[in-house]
Design a protein around this ligand. Structure first.
Ligand code: ADP
Ligand code: MG
Length: 303
């Protein structure tokens, strides 16, 4: 169990994190979301013990995580952290990087463990490749596998799939998050991508203005986003009569009081995203077909 108790942290005079509280259970997947600069990376670093807190405490089970003032060597075996900027050994191979911290006294186990993790991050074809020749996304996958090598109890991931191309991203997410669940590894993922969250996270912590403004399941927050920040995380939305309405909740109907003037259509694959003007405000809705600029449509909110 991770206990974060009333932590406050600042790099200099202004607080980046103010009085944060939350818990994470074994095997739980917790997404930390917020705009760029909201403190996601700082939170992960602080939890890892990279900095000293101004106030508060962090515990993993009964052990307090301490900053550099009280703990000379940053990091613990039970906790691993994969930074946004990963540092690997460029001149050795993928499998050597992953196995680097595994014991040399059990070469067969070391090889099996390395092979297992190479599969999790889908790098089978690159096991013998030197890291310096890999792409950014491939390096990110090596860093992930290396953090998992000594099976931590908790892992902190900072935008873990940000460098990985869309062709690979979905299958890699499923593979990594399934692995973490199967092994009951607690996982905190800082991200601004809803695809990292939906279908994977048990809880979603929303950081805004140095504070946690929400800590709830993605489903609850999706259905009742409460703030534009949360709604915008999930997709295009509109504020109509003081309600936050997603683009897919606005439907074209024959008659209604909501009349909008189409200004733009964007092809989105299985639908078009239509931009329109409603009483002088820009709104978005989804539609099965393209609509011509200037067309007047009647809209209904379907919740
Ligand atoms: P996020 O990961 O959500 O984008 P960060 O945690 O990186 O946000 O940054 C939070 C705030 O702390 C930002 O205002 C950023 O400029 C500041 N910050 C981040 N790292 C440092 C640092 N090493 N020294 C001083 N300020 C920093
Ligand atoms: Mg960051």
């Amino acid at each position: 169990m991770l206990h974060v108790k009333n932590i406050t942290f600042s790099y200099n005079k202004t607080s980046v994190l103010k009085s944060l509280y939350f818990d994470a259970k074994p095997g739980e997947n917790i997404a930390i979301i917020g705009e760029s600069g909201s403190g996601k990376s700082t939170l992960l670093k602080v939890l890892y013990g990279e900095y000293d807190l101004n106030e508060g405490h962090v515990f993993w089970k009964d052990k307090e995580i301490l900053g550099p003032k009280f703990n000379l060597v940053v990091g613990y075996d039970f906790m691993k952290y994969v930074a946004q900027e990963f540092d690997l050994m460029p001149f050795i191979t993928v499998e050597e990087n992953i196995g680097k911290f595994l014991s040399r006294f059990y070469p067969e186990e070391k090889q099996m463990r390395t092979d297992e993790l190479i599969k999790v991050v889908e790098l089978e074809a690159f096991a013998k490749t030197k890291v310096k020749t890999l792409s950014g996304g491939q390096k990110q996958r090596v860093a992930l596998a290396r953090a998992l090598a000594k099976q931590p109890e908790i892992i902190l991931l900072d935008e873990p799939f940000s460098h990985i191309d869309n062709f690979k991203k979905q299958s890699l997410r499923r593979s990594v998050f399934k692995y973490l669940k199967d092994k009951n590894i607690t996982c905190l993922v800082a991200t601004h991508d809803k695809e990292d969250v939906l279908g994977f996270a048990d809880k979603m912590i929303v950081l805004d203005d140095n504070k946690i403004i929400k800590n709830d399941s993605p489903e609850t927050l999706y259905k009742n986003p409460e703030t534009p920040l949360i709604a915008s995380f999930f997709g295009e939305f509109n504020a109509i009569n003081n309600n936050l309405v997603y683009a897919n909740q606005l439907k074209v109907v024959k008659t209604s009081n909501l009349k909008a003037n189409v200004t733009q259509s964007y092809f989105k694959g299985n639908h078009y995203l239509i931009q329109a003007n409603l009483d002088g405000n820009n709104i978005f809705f989804e539609h099965h077909s393209n609509l011509k600029k200037g067309k007047i449509v009647a809209l209904k909110i379907e919740v």
